[in-house]
Structure formats: C-alpha cells, structure tokens
Design a protein around this ligand. Structure first.
Ligand SMILES: NC(=O)c1ccc[n+]([C@@H]2O[C@H](COP(=O)([O-])OP(=O)(O)OC[C@H]3O[C@@H](n4cnc5c(N)ncnc54)[C@H](OP(=O)(O)O)[C@@H]3O)[C@@H](O)[C@H]2O)c1
Length: 230
C-alpha cells in the first residue's frame, strides 16, 4: 500500500511510519520538520519512507503533497496523527476537515488517530470518557473535548471514507509485543483496571486496520494482558 502519515515525526506517527515501512509499504512521511534518515531504525524502513515537509495549516501544500502529479494521488490511505501543545481545538478540527475534503477528492481512505475522550465509559455507556474523572483528569479536559469535536467533524463529513481510532486512556512509548485487543466505541481496560497501550502496539493496530479494514468507523485498541498462547 501507499500510506501517507501526517504528523509522521510524532510519538504515534513515527511508530506508524516505522511499522508500515518495515512491512514493505511505501510511506509518505509528512510533518513540518521531517525526520532525518538516520533517525529511522533500519535500512529497509528507510528505503520505503519518503519524508516531505508540509505544514497542515497550509491546505494548498497538503493537497499538493497528496495529489502528486497523478490524478489518483500518491497515497491509498492517510493516517492523521497531528497534535499541538497546548491543545488547539480550532486547528485540530480545521485540519481534520481539510484532510477529509482533500482525501475524498483524491479517493484516499483516512485513519484518524484521535482521543480516548471520544469513547464511552466501560460499564457506563452514557458517560463519555471525556467527562469521566477516573480516566481524564481536569488538566486533560480540553484535550478530551477537542477529540470529541474531531470525531464530530468526521461523522458530519458527507463523502469521506474514514475510521476514527481512539487510543486507550494512557498511550506511551514502550514495547512492541505485536498483540493488542480491538474494540469499538467503548474504552478498553486491562484486568487491573488500567486503560493503556504502548505506542508501538498502537502502530501495529493502525497498520493492521489499514491492511484489513473493519466495518466500524469508531474503534479503539488496548493492551493485550493475557500471556501469549503457546
Ligand atoms: N490517550 C489518548 O487519547 C492519546 C494520547 C496520546 C496521543 N493521542 C493522540 O494521538 C495523536 C498523535 O499524538 P502524538 O502524541 O503522536 O503527538 P506528538 O508526538 O506531539 O506529534 C505531533 C505530530 O504532529 C506534527 N505537527 C504538529 N503541527 C503540525 C502542522 N501544523 N503541520 C504538520 N504537522 C504538524 C508534528 O511534527 P512537526 O512539529 O514537525 O510538524 C508531529 O509529527 C493526536 O491526535 C493525539 O491527540 C491520544
């Protein structure tokens, strides 16, 4: 597949880029400051990755990067994994709408890596995770609200072919086990009650979803805490 990653140098985007490159996909890695080749892990990954500088605030530049010179565009799918610090809901919502518009025009499927706040609470389906203090402390309320706004933009998009992947409550760099649990619109937790996954395993789930799309438009993933079966 030809996979574009917008936000390719971030915690999520860099791992999706590495995972997809290692599986032999052609990756167009987009961000304002592209990573140097030496920052990628293997020669095979690097051979499959083309890094290009693009500012998501510049719709013309994003369109140009995705359209290339062919009428069919340069990617089959796009992973949207941009984030700003502090959170900027207007930027996130505007970028998501712009990406969905351009992707629909070029026939590109979009996987949005969004926020856990857009999920339902386990055991309390009526309670959005964004409003659940057990998973979203006060300091993250604005980030969680932006994630919900981003999902609403996807849902309101008439022509876009998208899937919105909400990470679990905690997403951090860690080990690539290659295993995870997949859910739909409700937060996944482990046996100990924690809701988490490593960014490496989230990247595995992202590329699996690109290779074998499910039918649901809102999905989530979580750490697989059962021991591997022998
Ligand atoms: N538990 C959760 O719900 C959870 C936890 C973590 C992350 N997430 C979500 O996962 C997604 C990715 O987050 P992350 O942690 O990987 O973010 P990150 O590490 O901060 O990376 C952000 C990426 O966005 C790029 N970017 C920012 N502004 C840009 C612009 N104007 N144009 C082009 N690229 C731009 C950055 O590259 P440049 O600066 O070089 O442009 C970088 O590649 C976000 O949607 C975030 O909300 C969710």
């Amino acid at each position: 597949m030809r996979i574009a990653v917008l936000g390719a140098t971030g915690m999520v985007g860099s791992r999706v880029t590495a995972e997809a490159g290692a599986r032999g996909h052609q990756v167009l890695a987009l961000s304002r400051k592209p990573a140097r080749t030496s920052e990628r892990e293997s020669a095979r990954q690097s051979a499959n990755v083309t890094a290009t500088a693009v500012d998501a605030g510049d719709a013309h530049a994003v369109r140009e990067a995705l359209a290339g010179s062919s009428s069919k565009g340069v990617a089959d799918v796009l992973v949207l994994a941009v984030r700003t610090d502090p959170v900027d809901e207007e930027f996130l919502v505007g970028t998501t709408r712009m990406v969905l518009d351009i992707a629909a025009e070029l026939g590109i499927r979009v996987l949005v890596v969004g926020g856990a706040g857009a999920l339902r609470s386990p055991g309390h389906r009526e309670l959005p995770v964004a409003d659940n203090d057990a998973y979203v402390p006060a300091a993250y309320k604005a980030v969680a609200a932006a994630g919900i706004a981003q999902l609403r933009i996807c849902e309101a998009h008439a022509t876009g072919d998208w899937v919105y992947l909400s990470p679990p409550a905690l997403l951090e760099p860690g080990e690539r086990t290659g295993r995870y649990r997949r859910g739909t619109d409700t937060l996944l937790t482990c046996a100990d009650g924690r809701s988490w996954i490593s960014a490496e395993d989230l990247a595995v789930a992202v590329v699996d979803e690109l290779e074998t799309p499910g039918r649901e438009r809102h999905i989530t993933v979580g750490h697989h805490d059962a021991p591997p079966s022998s």
